[in-house]
Design a protein around this ligand. Structure first.
Ligand code: SF4
Ligand code: SF4
Length: 236
């Protein structure tokens, strides 16, 4: 298991399959995923290969009217719920379900890209710690996907702790509640951002001033409030 599909909890991530490229509200994402899942289950037969492209074409036609963040980024309709409780997001044509190692070739990206892509947070040395933490913070897979895809915010907070000379362990232990507070607020501001995980970080976060600007831009007044509370707990 991995950041994409955590060992524990009922959440998983599907951000890099293009979900958040669609300009929808959190509950509309769930509705869309439920619709895809239901249509996939009732029309695709793993033994009948032409049912895969028919499903894809049908969904692409239905979803073409949903506004996108970036017209050049594809939204894969094979992303749906992959557990019976319809809580975990995943690839409905993953080989573990189809038994065919190449079944993702029915998608736009193709099996080699689908299976090789790892986002920055998944590649991070702290991926396991972030995974456990995001499972705790997220109420569902849509929130979990927002958190997992937002690698710039995670790297900014890692850098913040580094620059104020606190080790990363303390961030996940002693300051876990503060971190949680920060990320719950982040979820409110990130809902409009439609992360794909492909975002490029053009900032090196070289000093605290740059980070201050970044956090203020991303969190508004909450950043100041959070920092004041944090400073009381950690007078430094
Ligand atoms: S965005 Fe990252 S964590 Fe999410 S599914 Fe893709 S690779 Fe996995
Ligand atoms: S086929 Fe590829 S892009 Fe589509 S849901 Fe599966 S892993 Fe994601």
């Amino acid at each position: 298991m991995s950041l994409c599909h955590p060992e524990v909890g009922n959440v998983s991530c599907g951000a890099c399959c293009g979900l958040f490229n669609l300009k929808l509200q959190p509950k509309e994402f769930k509705t869309l995923l439920l619709e895809r899942t239901s249509e996939f289950q009732s029309t695709v037969d793993f033994e009948v290969r032409h049912t895969f492209p028919i499903y894809r074409k049908e969904r692409e036609t239905k979803e073409v009217f949903i506004p996108k963040k970036d017209e050049m980024t594809y939204n894969c309709p094979f992303l749906g719920y992959v557990d019976s409780a319809k809580q975990r997001i995943g690839c409905m044509i993953h080989p573990i379900f189809t038994g065919d190692p190449k079944s993702q070739n029915f998608s736009f990206y193709g099996a080699s890209i689908c299976q090789a892509y790892d986002c920055k947070n998944k590649e991070s040395a702290l991926a396991d710690l972030w995974e456990t933490f995001f499972v705790e913070v997220a109420k569902d897979s849509v929130e979990y996907s927002f958190l997992s895809a937002d690698h710039i915010f995670s790297s900014a907070i890692e850098r913040y702790f580094q620059l104020i000379h606190l080790n990363i362990d303390s961030m996940f232990q002693e300051f876990r509640l503060e971190l949680m507070d920060l990320f719950r607020t982040r979820l409110q501001t990130s809902a409009e951002k439609n992360f794909t995980s492909f975002e490029i970080n053009y900032e090196s976060f070289s000093d605290l001033e740059v980070l201050e600007d970044y956090f203020t831009k991303e969190l508004g007044d909450f950043w100041k409030e959070w920092k004041e509370g944090f400073s009381k707990k950690n007078p430094g």
